[in-house]
Write a protein that binds this ligand. Structure first.
Ligand SMILES: *Cc1c(COP(=O)(O)O)cnc(C)c1O
Length: 425
């Protein structure tokens, strides 16, 4: 059986790492295509600044309808020294430099990294509609969008999305708040509580027995040819990507405020859990623009779903899936259960990221338990994939290691405890 016209044996001969990957071993792939000066992207710093400006226009609206945001959807950074000591002890190693945790698990509204891209795309679409119908001007106070006149206006429009869970939460909550008619197609991996929560907020939830790619396809098909329907395309959306990229501007400011330098002697190493790629890809793209050669981004995937690693290593991007290589895409961290990565994202980041590693599900549960025991931080399994990064990569001695924690706040206590108990002491 050939994969893209090549036998599995040929693929393995060309990429020896494939053998371990197929056997579900934890691997580290170092990107041979990284170039220091990569200016091939069609997207630029202006796109990121434009996204940041749009988010600013919506600040009064966020403040009004989601008072806990105070107008800005951003997360804090935590120093996790006790966890650092625990990792060093468990893995019998030393992590040089400081270890920080980016707390996207605390992001308002959606409680995950999806609050960045998802919300940005929804509000961008809302603004376009309202400006186009001349019921809003860019210099208005956007708090008026909470008025009945606007929610009634938006109710004539549909938004659809396919998701393993968290993107659905983010898109669903934001769209329903604005008044849109919103449908979320959930893959088989999606957790029950996420579907329940969305239904409570008035979101249509369609459950699929198949995985993520099928849920996305279904949403895409339903939206096609309908002028009033906007499909949020997790696999190809530039808007989602830019919403994530804004994180880089914010991070620069936060590190400045913490008086943390990023330069050749103090590199910044960032470890990002990866599903379809938009979240980590957008952030890596932004970081590359802000910190240039001094930032090193690694993506982290489950051993059962190494889709971005496969796409990048083979150069085949969305043309290959993990299933093509006999890998099952069955994994506990639902946010990362993606068998086919985004080709759009893969091509944007193939020359800027340092590498991708895989991590076993049990390690995620272990670290979920440790980070609670040591720091009293509650994360969901997907959010732990970056945690082992400084141990696995071992390349950048010193400087700052930033682990991107990607979700956790909305997880119900009883669900979280089940995961906690799966981890070892
Ligand atoms: C979606 C998600 C990711 C990965 O983001 P992608 O854009 O799918 O790569 C990581 N962690 C959590 C908790 C997520 O929900």
């Amino acid at each position: 059986m050939a994969i893209q016209n090549k036998s599995l044996e040929k693929w393995k001969a060309e990429f020896p790492l494939l053998t371990d990957l197929i056997q579900l071993k934890e691997v580290l792939w170092i990107n041979p295509n990284k170039v220091e000066d990569s200016s091939i992207s069609k997207l630029s710093i202006e796109d990121i600044l434009e996204a940041e400006a749009l988010l600013k226009r919506f600040a009064p609206y966020f403040k009004k309808v989601f008072p806990e945001t105070n107008g800005i959807i951003e997360s804090p950074i935590s120093k996790i020294n006790t966890m650092k000591a625990k990792l060093e002890k468990e893995y019998d190693t030393q992590i040089h430099g400081r270890l920080l945790l980016k707390r996207d698990d605390r992001l308002p509204i959606a409680g995950s990294i999806k609050a960045r891209g998802g919300i940005y795309e929804v509000i961008k679409h809302a603004e376009k509609l309202a400006l186009g119908h001349a019921i809003l001007k860019k210099d208005d106070d956007y708090a008026i969008l909470a008025d009945k006149k606007f929610t009634e206006f938006f109710s004539a429009f549909h938004i659809k999305v396919g998701s393993t869970g968290n993107l659905g939460l983010s898109i669903g909550i934001m769209s329903a708040k604005l008044g849109f008619n919103v449908t979320v197609h959930m893959s088989s991996d999606a957790k029950q509580w996420k579907k329940d929560l969305l239904r409570q907020r008035g979101v249509n939830v369609v459950e699929h027995k198949a995985d993520y790619s099928v849920a996305v396809e279904q949403g895409r098909n339903e939206c096609e040819k309908k002028l009033t329907c906007h499909f949020i395309d997790d696999e190809n959306s530039k808007d989602l990507f830019m919403g994530y990229a804004v994180a880089a501007l914010r991070l620069k400011k936060q590190l400045d405020e913490m008086k943390i330098k990023v330069d050749s002697e103090n590199p910044l190493s960032v470890y990002l859990p990866c599903g379809v790629g938009g979240g980590p890809g957008g952030i890596a793209f932004g970081l590359h623009h802000v910190f240039g050669e001094h930032v090193h981004c690694y993506f982290a995937e489950p051993t059962h779903s190494p889709s971005m690693l496969l796409g990048l290593m083979t150069g085949q991007h969305e043309k290959v899936s993990v299933q093509d290589f006999g890998i099952d895409n069955l994994t506990a961290p639902d946010g990362l259960a993606v068998g086919r990565a985004s080709g759009f994202v893969g091509r944007e980041i193939e020359s800027i990221i340092d590498g991708v590693y895989t991590v076993d599900d049990q390690q995620l549960y272990d670290m979920l338990r440790w980070v609670y025991n040591t720091e009293r931080i509650k994360l969901e399994p997907s959010a732990l994939a970056g945690m082992i990064g400084p141990v696995v990569t071992r390349k950048h001695k010193g400087g700052t290691h930033l682990v991107w924690a990607t979700g956790g706040k909305l997880v119900p206590q009883e669900v979280w405890i089940e995961d906690y108990l799966k981890g070892s002491q």
